[in-house]
Design a protein around this ligand. Sequence first.
Ligand SMILES: Nc1ncnc2c1ncn2[C@@H]1O[C@H](COP(=O)(O)OP(=O)(O)OP(=O)(O)O)[C@@H](O)[C@H]1O
Ligand SMILES: [Mg+2]
Length: 260
Amino acid sequence: MNTTDRILRVDSLTKTYGKGGNKTEALRGITFDVREGEFLGIMGASGSGKTTLLNCIATMIRPTSGKVILRGQDISEFRGSRLADYRGRIIGYLFQEFELLDNLTARENITLPLALHGKTAREAEGKMRKLASMLDIAGVLDQFPSQLSGGQKQRVAAARAFIANPDLVLADEPTGALDSKNSKILMDQLASVNRELGKTIMMVTHDANAASYCSRILFIQDGRVFHELRRHTEKESTAAFYERIVTVTAQLGGGGANVL
Ligand SMILES: Nc1ncnc2c1ncn2[C@@H]1O[C@H](COP(=O)(O)OP(=O)(O)OP(=O)(O)O)[C@@H](O)[C@H]1O
Ligand SMILES: [Mg+2]
């Protein structure tokens, strides 16, 4: 791969939780690259280390060994304002359970990351309108989370993840709490943010349907990369890619996509 289009390199990453007889080796030497503009899926059974991997990249936890390299720079060396910039602007995070603040409206939740970086609501307004329209939440911006459906909450959370114009969005099972209709809406919209705004997305999912929107999928088993699938070309349909994903997940889990 041409190193200029590589945004992130995960190099021999390991993470061991606990000590002595109580150790869990969540990551056992995981290495891969993420390309600029890629929509990368991460699949693997429960406990295989997917969230641990995302949290290491997000600097929420510290790996035991190995490196995460952003455009040639080791993120473990980031300090002070560089670290704050990395956490607050360079990466965006989308969680399974939305994690919206209940006492803020949808609009305020979305623009919160900008407020934390000293940007005014006015500066954010144009950006927010564009995202709100792409994510189909323009009509609910003045509502509080308790007044939104699960699907709307997740689309508000997606707008918040993208508002600071991050280079990389990390999503941990973003469709995990959604029904199939809302999952499809979210995935269609994430795919168009990826395509139209060129945003790089790395998404953990158990759902073969959601994964079929990705351009490449890494399958993780016991803290290592076990297999990789690439969408053949732009021409391979999500339906055809879905079939290939289900075949691998069946091999991996020993029986059907819902094992993952
Ligand atoms: N804070 C922690 N302390 C100790 N062990 C942990 C901690 N977090 C995770 N683990 C262990 O590390 C392993 C990997 O956990 P992780 O949450 O990364 O899995 P996952 O692939 O995201 O699973 P799931 O699909 O269920 O979300 C598991 O065995 C888990 O029990
Ligand atoms: Mg997890």
